[in-house]
Write a protein of this length. Structure first.
Length: 226
């Protein structure tokens, strides 16, 4: 992370400790600033308020994923799943922090609402990327896939924070593969061509988005030309 991201993370950690020990409502911005060793004005330059500080690492992650999606990926669907595993890895590596925040958020209705809004930002980021990477994709195909990936990630992450065996990284990878399979993006069979190479036979699931069918056919034709 950058120096600024490290700073924001440290302040968020100090705030979370106060929220855990003293309660969210009883903790003031002045309390957080004092615990973090910064001034009140510095706090407000970096965060809009208490709700913002507790979700500061999400802002860092969203920015990092924006950079990740700015590069070209051979399989856009797999890239979205990989992005979800990146988010999971960040919180898994800071498991104690994630678990403390989960308990605080669950206890405060306003924070639960803010968490829902945050999840929608990931879904929007994923669907917007798919629409850029797959010209012609139906908007609902992008939205449905982004929602399925996000909700799958959130379920496994929640299980991890609760200490369940279903909250492992391997489980997340299996479930994301299941999402891709349900959308017809993982194939059990292979296409076949004539011995002369002038005919290509491709078999797709009914659930495969038309934009993905077009992408795979174009990719195969490009391979023949090259």
């Amino acid at each position: 992370m950058t120096q600024m991201a490290d700073f924001r993370s440290e302040v968020a950690g100090a705030a979370l400790e106060l929220f855990t020990t003293s309660g969210y409502d009883a903790t003031s911005v002045d309390d957080i600033a004092q615990a973090a060793g910064i001034s009140r004005s510095t706090f407000f330059r970096q965060f809009g308020g208490k709700e913002d500080v507790i979700f500061a690492d999400h802002e860092v992650l969203l920015a990092e994923l924006g950079v990740y999606f700015a590069t070209e990926h051979a399989d856009p669907w797999a890239a979205v799943c990989e992005a979800a595993t990146m988010v999971y890895a960040r919180f898994s590596d800071r498991r104690m922090f994630a678990q403390k925040r989960y308990r605080v958020v669950q206890a405060v209705p306003a924070l639960r609402d803010r968490e829902t809004i945050m999840a929608s930002r990931y879904k929007r980021l994923f669907s917007d990327y798919l629409r850029r990477a797959l010209p012609g994709i139906a908007a609902l195909d992008a939205i449905r896939f982004a929602a399925a990936v996000t909700e799958t990630h959130n379920y496994v992450l929640r299980e991890m924070m609760l200490g369940s065996a279903a909250g492992s990284r391997d489980h997340l990878n299996r479930e994301l593969a299941a999402v891709r399979r349900s959308f017809g993006l993982i194939f059990d069979g292979t296409g076949a061509g004539s011995s002369e190479g002038d005919v290509v036979l491709a078999v797709f699931s009914r659930s495969t988005p038309t934009a993905e069918i077009a992408r795979r056919i174009q990719h195969t034709l490009d391979d023949f030309v090259s």
